[in-house]
Design a protein. Structure first.
Ligand SMILES: CC(C)(COP(=O)(O)OP(=O)(O)OC[C@H]1O[C@@H](n2cnc3c(N)ncnc32)[C@H](O)[C@@H]1OP(=O)(O)O)[C@@H](O)C(=O)NCCC(=O)NCCS
Length: 146
C-alpha cells in the first residue's frame, strides 16, 4: 500500500471487484480479463473508490490494461498516480517493456507523457483477444530496471 497526498493506492481485493467492473463498463472498457487478473489490479481511494489499473505479465512483457478513473475525478492527477504505482510494481521484475493497447486513440498524448511510443500492430507481441476493437499499440521501455 502507498499513500500519496491523501490518496491510498493498493492492490485490489475481492471486495473491489464490483466497483472495478462497473467503472470499466461505464467507460466502455473491456472486463473479460478481470476475474483472472484481479491480483494484477491496483485501486485508488480518496475516501471513496476513485480508479483502477492493471499490469499483466505475458510472455516476458507487461501489458497495462484498464487504467481508469471515475469521470468526476478525472484531470486531478489520479490516473498518473495509478500509472506510477503500477510502474513501481514493474521495476525490478527483469522485464523491460510495457505495452498498452489503446481502445481510445485520443489517449495517445496521455501515454506519451510517460514515454510510451506508438508502434505498428506487427511490433506488439501481445495478441490476446480484444473482440471487435481496432486497438492502437504503444510501447514503453523501463529504464530503471534493477
Ligand atoms: C486516461 C485516464 C485514466 C486519465 O486519468 P486522469 O486522472 O484524468 O489523468 P491525470 O489527471 O493524471 O492526467 C495527467 C495528465 O494527462 C492529461 N490527460 C488526462 N486525460 C487525457 C486525455 N483524455 N487526453 C489527453 N491528455 C489527457 C492531463 O491533462 C494531465 O496533464 P497535465 O499533468 O499536464 O495536467 C482517464 O481519462 C480515464 O479514466 N479515461 C477513460 C478510461 C480509458 O479510456 N482508459 C484508458 C485505457 S487504455
Amino acid at each position: 500500500m502507498c499513500i500519496v497526498k491523501g490518496v491510498i493506492l493498493r492492490k485490489a481485493q475481492v471486495k473491489d471487484k464490483k466497483g472495478i467492473r462497473t467503472l470499466l463498463k461505464s467507460s466502455k472498457l473491456q472486463t473479460w480479463y478481470l476475474d483472472d487478473n484481479l491480483d494484477n489490479f491496483v485501486v485508488a481511494y480518496q475516501r471513496e473508490f476513485v480508479g483502477c489499473g492493471c499490469l499483466c505479465l505475458h510472455d516476458g512483457v507487461f501489458e497495462l490494461r484498464g487504467l481508469c478513473v471515475r469521470s468526476s475525478f478525472r484531470g486531478k492527477g489520479f490516473g498518473s498516480k495509478l500509472f506510477k504505482f503500477l510502474m513501481k510494481k514493474a521495476v525490478g521484475k527483469k522485464v523491460s517493456q510495457v505495452f498498452v493497447r489503446l481502445e481510445n486513440k485520443k489517449l495517445v498524448s496521455f501515454y506519451e507523457q510517460f514515454g510510451f511510443k506508438t508502434i505498428a500492430k506487427s511490433q506488439c507481441p501481445i495478441k490476446t483477444k480484444m473482440p471487435g476493437i481496432n486497438v492502437l499499440p504503444m510501447k514503453l521501455f523501463l529504464k530503471n530496471k534493477q
